[in-house]
Structures are given as structure tokens and as C-alpha cells.
Design a protein around this ligand. Structure first.
Ligand SMILES: [Zn+2]
Length: 92
């Protein structure tokens, strides 16, 4: 019994990690994958979403790249330099 619980928890963990890397909610995907481990396949094929502080969209080819990237790994174009990073909450 304990083995099965551990197996499902591991499936949830894998799903949460995949979700995190794709900019999706790890908590939601942990629960989904823990209940039905086959859901891992779904999160594995889902396209990634831009995650603030982790990934951004290339303005030239619209592929996801790392936020610190200065050169797009897909189209090899130089990314524009962001002059000032202002948090939304601080602007008002
Ligand atoms: Zn690009």
C-alpha cells in the first residue's frame, strides 16, 4: 500500500517539476498527476508558457527563451536590452 502511495507521490512530483519548467502551476499539476499519473503525458506535450523571472518570449520568432538570454537560441537574434525593470506593484 505504502509503495503505491509513494509511486503516486513521485508521479505528482514529476508532473509538478514539468509544470514548473513550463511556467504552469506546479500545485495544480502535482495533484492532477498524483491522482492520475498518465496526466504526466499531458503536461509533457503541453506548450510552455512564459514564466515571469524564468522565461520570456523572443520578440522575433515568438519562441520561449530564458529571461536572462541576450541571444535567442532559436533565431539567433540579439534581444533588446531592458532599460529598467519595474515591478507592477511598485508603480502605483
Ligand atoms: Zn528568436
Amino acid at each position: 500500500m505504502l509503495r503505491i502511495v509513494l509511486l503516486f507521490a513521485a508521479a505528482g512530483l514529476v508532473g509538478a517539476l514539468l509544470a514548473l519548467r513550463k511556467g504552469r502551476s506546479p500545485l495544480v499539476w502535482f495533484m492532477l498527476c498524483a491522482v492520475a499519473p498518465l496526466v504526466i503525458v499531458v503536461i509533457a506535450v503541453l506548450p510552455a508558457m512564459p514564466a515571469p523571472g524564468f522565461t520570456k518570449k523572443c520578440i522575433y520568432c515568438a519562441e520561449l527563451i530564458k529571461e536572462e538570454a541576450q541571444l535567442c537560441k532559436h533565431c539567433h537574434k540579439q534581444q533588446p536590452v531592458e532599460m529598467i525593470k519595474v515591478k507592477r506593484e511598485d508603480s502605483f
